[in-house]
Design a protein around this ligand. Structure first.
Ligand SMILES: *Cc1c(COP(=O)(O)O)cnc(C)c1O
Length: 427
């Protein structure tokens, strides 16, 4: 089975002539099309908003495209707030953090973000950070549904059991939290939960919605607080494997609409829906382009490439599958099973294990799919590897550099040493 590359990849060999590998390419048209489909799916909800999870791809060249399409941002640190605010997302930001310092709360308040509290105890921290009389007017609470109301086999299979997750608070803490927030003068209240991740099940959001919408009514009845927005977090999945079926986002939106009508018809409750999708929005539209360095045949067969887990960590970290296309050999049948490996002194530095690929030669270009979210952003600098640059591919096949490749001077910039230590000349 195979996965198609978008048509802009007709130009990949030209790109690689001008740009040293490895590098990331993002398909601008693909990102825009996905965001438009997402907004269309939730267009029935007047207040709907996507708060893109900045951690998935914290590059202004991408965030600006998303901002143009109407997205805001979900941020979890001061730098993510800064990146989002300076990419046109100010006024549409939520700060969803955990184990948060007072400095970070102050950064979120200064950025004008809605603040999403991970725990009841954080209300006091936020109060301390904000200072007297300056408690934010828009605050959201993060719920952890545990396994309490999700015991039917079908829903359980969709939602899993969130009791082991460090995020969010229990229902009794949540109710106490809204009472406290009301006393502190909060005017706009949100309810957030994200119990799932990378779900390809179109029933995931609708099941979560039904659970949260019932809770909105319970919160109103128990505390008098009206919830203005319900935030489902991220969690909608993408088809990493060629046999996976992509999520029909229109069907997801329709399922949520039905849950909304069932819950709120005949009431005066009409919360806005927010999502914080990262993976779904940019994941399929980012690609890591790398070159074959050599082969090795010992107890297994290896193909060595010039990218490493520093550029894309998901396979090493989670054993995640990322599809690989060998450019120019798309129609060539597999010649056998190989491990595709990087150069780190770590045996988990493998982009693929026992992968069926056509015979490759030194210099062949490999494209690693679905690297557009939690890809480069999760990277690191082990073995002193500078991470690669990022490029936006436009519909006409031209590339714009949106982040240059790291240099040794970048890696050495934080060292405290006497005299100059900026790396070898020309690096
Ligand atoms: C990571 C994260 C997201 C995005 O998750 P995806 O899997 O990329 O959809 C959204 N919200 C929060 C709070 C997160 O931590």
């Amino acid at each position: 089975m195979t996965k198609q590359l978008p048509t802009v990849f007709e130009h990949v060999s030209d790109w690689a002539k001008e740009t040293p590998t490895p590098f990331y390419v993002y398909d601008e048209e693909g990102i825009r099309a996905t965001v438009r489909a997402l907004f269309a799916a939730f267009s029935w909800n007047p207040g709907y908003g996507e708060r893109y999870a900045v951690k998935a791809c914290p590059t202004p060249g991408i965030l600006r495209v998303l901002a143009e399409e109407g997205c805001g941002a979900d941020c979890a640190s001061a730098s993510e707030l800064y990146l989002a605010a300076h990419s046109g997302m100010a006024g549409r930001m939520i700060f969803t953090s955990n184990e948060t310092t007072d400095e970070e709360y102050r950064a979120a308040i200064a950025a004008g973000a809605a603040i999403n509290l991970d725990d009841f105890t954080q209300i006091a921290h936020l109060k301390r950070a904000a200072g007297p009389g300056a408690f934010p007017k828009e605050v959201c609470l993060r719920y952890n549904p545990g396994a309490s109301s999700l015991l039917d086999a079908n829903t359980q299979a969709i939602m899993g059991d969130a009791r082991g997750a460090k995020f969010g608070m229990t229902k009794s803490q949540l109710l106490a939290g809204y009472r406290t927030l009301a006393l502190l003068g909060v005017e706009r209240f949100g309810l957030h939960a994200m119990p799932g991740s990378n779900s390809l099940n179109e029933g995931y959001y609708p099941a979560l919605a039904a659970e949260l919408f019932a809770l909105v009514k319970e919160i109103k009845a128990e505390t008098g607080v009206t919830i203005h927005f319900v935030d489902f977090g991220g969690g909608v999945g993408i088809p990493y494997r060629p046999e996976d079926r992509p999520v029909d986002i229109a069907a997801v939106g329709e399922g949520v609409r039905r849950a909304y009508e069932e819950a709120f018809a005949g009431t005066d409750l009409a919360p806005a829906i927010l999502t914080e999708l990262g993976r779904f929005v940019t994941g399929p539209h980012g690609y890591l382009v790398t070159k074959v360095i050599g082969e090795k045949h010992t107890y297994k067969d290896y193909v060595g490439v010039d990218a490493t887990a520093c550029d894309l960590m998901r396979p090493a970290m989670y054993g995640a599958y990322h599809h690989i296309t060998v450019i120019g050999k798309e129609a060539v049948p597999a010649a056998g099973k190989v491990d595709v490996v990087g150069s780190l002194c770590e045996n988990n530095d493998k982009f693929a294990v026992d992968r069926e690929l056509p015979a490759v030669e030194e210099g062949d270009l490999l494209v690693i799919h679905d690297a557009g979210a939690h890809g480069r952003s999760m990277g690191y600098n082990y073995n002193g590897k500078p991470r690669c640059g990022e490029y936006l591919a436009h519909a006409d096949g031209t590339l714009t550099q949106i982040r240059r490749r790291e240099t040794l001077a970048d890696l050495f910039a934080t060292l405290d040493v006497d005299g100059e230590f900026s790396g070898p000349k020309g690096e």
